[in-house]
Design a protein around this ligand. Structure first.
Ligand code: OSB
Ligand code: MG
Length: 361
């Protein structure tokens, strides 16, 4: 009888990651293992602290353990699973953790790569870097190093008081590099401050206002030349439609966990193709397991801007997969094995992780 196991692993980050909502010192991840003749894996993109989203590891584990596991006992088909999971409100990241594991399982049972199933074309994807808030000199060194490594685009985290002056300095030192900023909702009521960033020729300004404030985002977009990119605001296809209809942004950062899985993600991918909306894939400092999925979805040509997918060694001393992701000239190669294409390093996971759920399904 198959068993569902959830491991909690804590991987220290090489550099602490500071955003407008806090500092993260490690990636504390829930890793899902479906254990049978075929083994499948998923990662919950939640964190220990609910700063980016209301979901955290505690709520994700609760939703999986008390509700989603019952649905999993009825079906192993990812789309049917998501249909049935609709009766549970919200909790997209918890749902996505299980649903993406089911996609890995389905692909492996059909002896296919997930890339083939989603009709992905690319053999390598463009890599962008997301750089946290750092002391100015350290930030400058990090940017210089990122350019040297070949990253295709540089994204800086900003917050009120850490924005215009920093950008001025970065443009002075590095000229016309492909540059973006991410505010993680920190400028609510400070729209004027965002307008001062318009002159830095940024590729976009990511999520300046609260996730629900489509009206405010729409008003702000009308005053800006720089396109707004939505991250936290997009919980599914309806939000993508609202963004377009209201002109509350012009670019979408897709995160599979935030929209509740791969099924919903593909609807957004199609929507962006039909409406010519620039699309890229965000990240949540995932381990190699969640990262593999991010790499795979970006093989679709609709992803036409570099994502926040860096190689494993940007984040961790040692990743929890057998072959860590590496970057060459700003590209990450797409794994081609069955399912999500990577093998978790179970010896390492058993050693550093603890089992937080184990149940026959
Ligand atoms: O807003 O895109 C974000 C990391 C954690 C939570 C939110 C965000 C991020 C990043 C890092 O920007 C992306 C990555 O390198 O995985
Ligand atoms: Mg973001």
């Amino acid at each position: 009888m198959p068993v569902l196991k959830i491991y909690n692993v804590n991987l220290p980050l090489i550099t602490p990651f500071e955003t407008s909502f806090g500092i993260q010192y490690s990636r504390n991840a829930l890793i899902i293992e479906y254990f049978d003749d075929v083994k499948a894996y998923g990662e919950s993109v939640t964190e220990e602290f609910p700063g980016y989203s209301y979901e955290d590891n505690g709520t994700a584990l609760h939703i999986i353990k008390n509700y989603l596991i019952n649905i999993l006992k009825e079906t192993r088909d990812p789309e049917t699973f998501m249909e049935k999971a609709k009766k549970i409100k919200g909790h997209n990241m918890a749902k996505s953790a299980v649903e993406t594991m089911l996609w890995d399982l389905k692909a492996k049972e059909e002896e296919k790569s997930l890339k083939e199933i989603i009709k992905g074309k690319k053999v390598k994807i463009e890599s962008g870097i997301s750089i946290g808030i750092l002391p100015l000199e350290k930030l400058m060194d990090t940017i210089a190093n990122a350019i040297e490594l070949g990253y295709k685009r540089i994204k800086l985290k900003i917050k009120p008081g850490w924005d215009s002056d920093v950008l001025k300095e970065v443009r002075k030192r590095f000229g016309n590099i492909p540059l973006t900023v991410d505010a993680n909702q920190a400028y609510e009521g400070m729209e004027e401050r965002i307008l001062t960033l318009d002159k830095y020729e940024l590729l976009m300004i990511e999520q300046p206002l609260s996730e629900n404030n489509f009206y405010g985002l729409s008003k702000l977009q009308k005053k800006l030349t720089t396109p707004i990119c939505l991250d936290e605001s997009i919980h599914g296809i309806r939000d993508a439609e609202m963004m377009l209809e209201m002109d509350a942004g012009k670019i979408i950062n897709l995160k599979i966990g935030r929209v509740g899985g791969l099924t919903e993600s593909m609807k957004i991918v199609e929507f962006c193709r039909k409406n010519k909306i620039p699309l890229w894939c965000g990240g949540m400092l995932e381990t190699g397991i969640g990262r593999a999925l991010n790499v795979i979805i970006q093989t679709r040509e609709e992803f036409n801007m570099p994502g926040d997918t860096s190689p494993s060694n940007r984040y961790f001393e040692r990743d929890i997969i057998d072959k860590p992701f590496i970057m060459k000239n700003g590209y990450i190669e797409v794994p081609s094995g069955p399912g999500i294409g990577i093998k978790p390093d179970m010896g390492f996971i058993e050693k550093i992780g603890k089992v937080v759920l184990e149940e026959k399904i």
